[in-house]
Design a protein around this ligand. Structure first.
Ligand code: MG
Ligand code: MG
Ligand code: MG
Length: 307
């Protein structure tokens, strides 16, 4: 068993999961606690842009943990989005900005949940509360996470706390966040060398509503049309996933990050949920959802309510 407390974000890690784990490690060190950031999956291209920019390595990959392993969860709390073995881990701390579900511990813990646009914004506030100074590297890691989760503060998940944090972090980082952020987001939209199977897994999350399992995947793009060139193969792979995992619904959101809209592909036995949730009829199992960019605040709550 790893002696150190392990810090990690969700499976199919995004920029917030990776960057917040790394920043959390620094925060722990400053407090005087030994903990190590790790990751539960492949680094996506957007996050790779951040790591390359900072010339730093990604946290080590882990597949599962042993019974009793001490852990800190960031950017998630649901066990079905976490590491294999999480049910028997000792959860010391959670820092998250999602709804709380499918979560239970054996021991008391630090649990910080705020309905912000990004986990890194919560960490930014913790640095402030402890009176710790923020180094340039941590500033860029936190800013990158905020830019990623809020799509440069344009997502409806954005709060004034995220805006404030990014504004302050920009000063420490001494970079133009708009320019840097757009380049970072665009790096994440390069989907060409992904197979369709990889594509639906870049940013996918499973949910369980009283036994009804569904999954919402999202890909960012600057051209929805471009992604839809592979529509038939995508549908094939999604149907296979539904069968393998026993899902009632699979929604893939293809999100246009420049115009803030999403085209969704919905498959499964419960696709009628889309009509009730968004007032849009599926045509060819697709629908265009204007102004929809957030899984957390737009897709998930509406689907969850109606499924
Ligand atoms: Mg995340
Ligand atoms: Mg997040
Ligand atoms: Mg996300």
């Amino acid at each position: 068993m790893e002696n150190k407390v392990l810090i990690f974000g969700h499976k199919n890690p995004d920029t917030d999961s990776i960057c917040s784990s790394m920043v959390h490690e620094t925060l722990n060190r400053k407090i005087g606690w030994e903990a190590k950031a790790v990751r539960l999956g492949k680094i996506n291209k957007e996050t790779q842009y951040v790591l390359d920019y900072l010339k730093i390595e990604a946290p080590e990959f882990i597949e599962k943990i042993e019974e009793g392993q001490e852990v800190i969860l960031v950017d998630h709390n649901e066990f079905n989005q976490s590491v294999e073995g999480i049910e028997k881990a000792t959860i010391r701390m959670v820092t998250d900005h999602h709804k709380i579900a499918n979560f239970e511990t054996f021991e008391p813990l630090y649990f910080t949940a705020k309905p912000y646009g990004c986990t890194a914004t919560i960490l930014y506030e913790e640095f402030k509360q402890y009176g710790f100074s923020i180094e340039k590297k941590e500033a860029i890691l936190m800013a990158s996470a905020i830019i990623s989760d809020t799509l440069l503060l344009k997502s409806p998940t954005t709060t004034r706390f995220d805006e404030q944090a990014l504004y302050e972090l920009e000063k420490i980082a001494e970079i133009d966040m708009k320019e840097y952020g757009l380049a970072m987001l665009k790096a994440g939209t390069d989907l060409n060398d992904f197979s369709v199977k990889e594509l639906i897994n870049i940013d996918s999350k499973e949910f369980d509503k009283e036994g009804t399992k569904f999954e919402i995947a999202q890909v960012n793009t600057v051209s929805i049309e471009d992604v839809l060139k592979r529509e038939e193969q995508l549908k094939e792979v999604i149907n296979k996933t539904i069968e393998e995992k026993g899902l009632s619904l699979f929604v893939l959101a293809i999100t246009d990050i420049l115009n803030s809209n999403s085209e969704i592909i919905a498959l499964g036995s419960k696709t009628e949920v889309i009509k009730t949730a968004f007032g849009k009829e599926l045509v060819d199992n697709k629908a265009f959802l204007e102004g929809v960019v957030s899984r957390k605040k737009q897709l998930l709550p509406n689907i969850d309510k109606n499924i």
